[in-house]
Design a protein. Structure first.
Lengths: 213, 213
C-alpha cells in the first residue's frame, strides 16, 4: 500500500485503488493538460473560456486554471520576481497534472514567457507514479502590436509609461515555443473568433482520441 | 469578462462561462472536500482509498490528495518547520477547493494537527468568486497507543528514539477538532474496517445530497 521513496525522507507514496484509467472510463475522456501560452492580450483567457464551454456542450468535464485567478489563491504568496514567476508556473504545472490524473481536461492559461519554465512543466508530466499526463501546448501567435492595440487590461499603457517593470513583450522577453501542438494565428490579418479558436483545439483533441475513454 | 481586484495589483479575475453548477450536473454530484485528519497510523490513507473505491463503484468522480504524495510534487519545496507545515496545508486546501469547484469529491488526507491550520482551510472555502465549497471534516479518533502499535511506517519507533523531531503525538501536539462532521472511532475496542469507515462517510454524503446534482 505504501513504499519508502528516496527524498524527502520519511515521506511515503500511497498507491490508491482507483486509477486514472478507471476515472477516465467514468467520464469518457482522457485526462490531459491544454497549456495556453502567449502575450498579455493575445486571447488566452478568451480561448480558455470558449474551449471550456465547447467541451462542456459535448459532455466533457474540463476546468480552467487561469494564471491570474490562481494568484488570488494557491499562488497569492508569490510576486513577480524571476524565482516567483518560475514557482508560479511550477505550481500550476503540478496542479494541472493532478487534474489530468483525476481524468479532467485541464485548461491552463498563463503567459508563461520562458521556454525553460514551460519545458519544466512538460517534464513534470512524466512520472513513475502517474500514467503519462499529456500536455498539449497551444501557442497564441498574435503579434505584439495587435495585443498592445487591444490592451484589454490597460497594462501595456502602464508598461510603456514605465509604471510596470518587467512586462512581457515590452521590457521582458517572450520566448515563442519551438514545438507546440497547436498554433493560433491571424489569417490575412484577421484574428480567429473565440469559437474558431476553440474549434481548432477541440478538433485536435478529438482527432487524437482525448474525447473518448 | 474581467474585473480589477484589490490585491495584488494588476492581477485580474476572469469569470468563466461554465460554472460549478453546470459541471455538477454533468457528473451528477456536488463538488466538495472530505478532509481526513488524524494521527500517523490512524487510518487516513486507508479510509481515503476505500472511500475513493466506494464512490467510484457508485459512478462518482472523486480524487485523493494525500499529504505524503503532494510532498513529492506540488509541495516538494516545503520542509517540516511550523511555517512550512502551515504552507503545506494551505496549498492542499487551495487545491482541494479548485477540485471541489471543478465538481469533484476531493478527499484530502493529511495529519493536519493544528486547529488554526484546519480552520484556515475551512475559511478558504467561502469566497465571493466560488459557490461555497463544502468542507466535511472527518476526524480519525483512534487512540495514540493503537496508532503507535500499528506503526505502519516505522515512524513512531524513530520518533521515540529521538531520530525524528517534532513528530505529531510524540513531541508535537495533535489538536482534536472541536467540530467535525464525521468521527471514526473504535467500538468496544475494535477499529472499524476500511469498508465500514467508507460506508460511514458515504452515508453522510448521500444523506446530505452530495451524491446527486
Amino acid at each position: 500500500m505504501s513504499s519508502a521513496m528516496g527524498s524527502p525522507t520519511n515521506v511515503f507514496w500511497h498507491e490508491c485503488a482507483v486509477g486514472k484509467g478507471e476515472r477516465q472510463k467514468l467520464v469518457n475522456q482522457q485526462g490531459c493538460v491544454v497549456w495556453i501560452t502567449g502575450l498579455s492580450g493575445s486571447g488566452k483567457s478568451t480561448l480558455a473560456c470558449s474551449l471550456n464551454r465547447e467541451l462542456h456542450s459535448r459532455g466533457k468535464l474540463s476546468y480552467v486554471l487561469d494564471g491570474d485567478n490562481v494568484r488570488h489563491g494557491l499562488n497569492k504568496n508569490l510576486g513577480f520576481s524571476p524565482e516567483d514567476r518560475t514557482e508560479n508556473i511550477r505550481r500550476v504545472g503540478e496542479v494541472s497534472k493532478l487534474f489530468a490524473d483525476a481524468g479532467l481536461i485541464c485548461i491552463a492559461s498563463l503567459i508563461s514567457p520562458y521556454r525553460k519554465d514551460r519545458d519544466a512543466c512538460r517534464a513534470l508530466m512524466t512520472d513513475a507514479n502517474f500514467i503519462e499526463a499529456m500536455l498539449l501546448s497551444v501557442f497564441m501567435n498574435i503579434p505584439l502590436e495587435v495585443c498592445e492595440r487591444r490592451d484589454t487590461k490597460g497594462l501595456y499603457k502602464l508598461a510603456r509609461a514605465g509604471k510596470i517593470k518587467g512586462f512581457t513583450g515590452i521590457d521582458d522577453p517572450y520566448e515563442p515555443p519551438l514545438n507546440c501542438e497547436i498554433k493560433i494565428e491571424q489569417k490575412n490579418g484577421v484574428c480567429p473568433t473565440p469559437c474558431d479558436m476553440a474549434a481548432q483545439v477541440v478538433s485536435y483533441l478529438d482527432g487524437n482520441g482525448f474525447l473518448r475513454a
